[in-house]
Design a protein around this ligand. Structure first.
Ligand SMILES: [Fe+2]
Ligand SMILES: [Fe+2]
Length: 298
């Protein structure tokens, strides 16, 4: 089906549902609870369904689930009827905006993965054997299957990294800057699983750029001031420059290309940086200053 057709179809679904609302039902209170009994489709469902195709993101979702509940999910008829079923079976379990991760599987090799945030399906993926359906297409296929599924639904904790003393480089001002980097990683993850990267990406990218400019300069100045050995300093700067360059190119790609793909790549490179750079390259100056008994004043 042509993309235009899908979008028209989606609008129709949403409209039908809105018209059906009984008087007194609040459409969007922002707390998710008022949406109990009805689940709508996010406008960006086709875009964000890609998020559930990224194994690393799915792994982090599954590892950060709180309070999973198990239900039986019966699906029938049309997309509209499927949404009704989802609403009646899933919505009563939602206790806040989420994000929630729904996983369902049937005995005949069909599996479903979905993200629900603020009463809306943000992402939806259906796998059947080697076939993978995403977004609206996945919901349409699910409706055709009319299956019965064992499902679990759990709240996704969106804080996936926390600064802790093991990350300390012995210089409070730099530790504080590193802590902001942890927050950037949490924001990237949260914006992906809530389907908000389109809105928040610009802000996140700007924060990341500010971090690479400000923090790298702070570190380099300290290394210069306290005569960190030339070869180690140059090697460290090389790492910084590579990362700065990577962030700049992601920023460009963000403005011109596929934003969800940028989010996924950022998620990967920032977490790698945490492990390889902060715990590896940065720790070397801490060891050096400690070894020489240098007290860094910054
Ligand atoms: Fe650093
Ligand atoms: Fe560094």
């Amino acid at each position: 089906m042509a993309l235009g057709g899908l979008f028209r179809r989606r609008e129709k679904i949403t409209t039908i549902r809105d018209e059906r609302l009984s008087p007194g039902v609040r459409v969007d209170s922002g707390n998710g609870k008022a949406n109990a009994g009805r689940i709508l489709l996010s406008n960006n469902i086709n875009v964000y369904s890609e998020v559930l195709s990224i194994p690393d993101v799915v792994y982090n979702i599954v590892m950060n689930l709180a309070g999973s509940r198990f239900i039986r999910l019966d699906v029938e008829g049309s997309v509209e009827a499927t949404l009704d079923k989802l609403a009646s079976q899933v919505a009563p379990l939602l206790e806040g905006p989420g994000p929630y991760y729904l996983y369902a599987g049937s005995g005949d090799g069909v599996s479903i993965r979905s993200l629900i945030y603020n009463g809306r399906i943000v992402a939806f993926v259906l796998e059947e054997g080697r076939m993978v359906y995403k977004g609206i297409e996945a919901l349409e296929h699910l409706a055709r299957l009319r299956g019965s599924y064992n499902a679990s639904i759990g709240l996704v904790k969106t804080r996936i990294v926390e600064w802790s003393p093991e990350y300390s480089v012995g210089i409070p001002v730099l530790d504080k800057q590193h802590a902001t980097f942890f927050e950037i990683i949490n924001s990237i993850f949260e914006s992906m699983v809530t389907g908000l990267f389109e809105d928040r990406g610009d802000n996140i990218m700007r924060q990341l750029r500010m971090y690479t400019q400000g923090h790298f300069t702070s570190e380099e100045r300290i290394m210069e001031k306290y005569h960190y050995p030339e070869d180690l300093y140059e090697d460290h700067r090389k790492h910084h420059n590579l990362f700065r360059g990577a962030v700049d190119s992601y920023y460009e790609e963000y403005n011109t290309g596929n934003r969800v793909a940028v989010a996924a790549r950022l998620f990967e490179v920032t977490r790698t940086w945490l492990r390889d750079h902060i715990l590896g390259v940065d720790k070397k100056y801490e060891e050096y200053f400690k070894m020489l008994g240098i007290k860094v004043e910054a």
